[in-house]
Ligand binder design. Structure first.
Ligand SMILES: [Zn+2]
Length: 239
């Protein structure tokens, strides 16, 4: 089956769905990844990369980090939203910028106070849906997978990609599933601990975003996290 994961920022594909992508590839599915932004607003791991914060070099660096991670996971095709072929026919290419966020509680994010007018959340929704649809058609996707309605943790770009990917999947006439970390009714649960080394290897490419220590990691802002290898899918499921 041809499956397209639609994410908001570089590193989300590996943090949220790295084990699932590697698993689906090993099961013989063809997996592509569409990334909406280059994570321009995200923090940078303190140290040698600090100087990249707020510069165009950060975007270039994060494109390379993403490419490295996707190669480890076995992804066959990827694009950034707004770049051909993830751009509707006839329109000039554009970039969707990271909309940024602020913490509302310790674990829940909300919209930043000021988002750039070129940001994903400021874009015309129909345009974003058309660009996602263009990519889904380009890769011949039969199933699109994105975040749950809360975007995983509330980041406005994640929430937007949930809704807009669902609309694009409808427009193209393919299935849609969401990633969940809560096993429950109607959830297909994957325990993929054997893929931990693959996920750690893929994460190690995202050096400006996180630091891996064994099977745990530290985000750029210093928050500790575990490397997740169990995940659920809800909605239309891979055959
Ligand atoms: Zn993200």
């Amino acid at each position: 089956m041809k499956i397209c994961f639609v994410h908001a920022h570089p590193d989300d594909e590996t943090l949220a769905t790295g084990a699932l992508i590697a698993h689906l590839v090993r099961e013989g599915h063809s997996v592509s990844v569409l990334t909406a932004t280059r994570g321009e607003m995200g923090e940078v791991v303190p140290g040698p990369f600090s100087k990249l914060a707020g510069t165009p070099e950060l975007e270039v660096r994060r494109e390379k980090e993403l490419a490295g991670a996707l190669e480890v996971l076995g992804v066959s095709d990827n694009a950034f939203l707004g770049d051909s072929p993830a751009r509707s026919d006839g329109l000039p290419e554009r970039r969707y910028l990271d909309s940024g966020m602020r913490w509302v509680t310790k674990h829940v994010a909300g919209p930043a106070d000021h988002a750039d007018e070129r940001s994903l959340c400021a874009a015309v929704e129909e345009d974003v849906v058309a660009d996602i649809s263009a990519y889904l058609r380009h890769v011949g996707a039969e199933l699109a997978i994105s975040y749950d309605a809360d975007g995983g943790y509330g980041h406005p770009d994640h929430v937007a990609m949930h809704h807009l990917t669902q609309r694009a999947a409808q427009e193209v006439g393919i299935g849609f599933a969401v990633v969940t970390h809560d096993p429950g009714d109607d959830v297909r649960w994957y325990e993929l601990n054997d893929l931990l080394p693959v996920v750690i290897h893929a994460l190690s490419h995202h050096q400006t975003q996180l630091t891996v220590h064994g099977d745990t990691l530290t985000h750029s802002g210093g928050q500790p996290d575990e490397v997740k290898t169990s995940v659920g899918l809800k909605g239309d499921l891979p055959g």
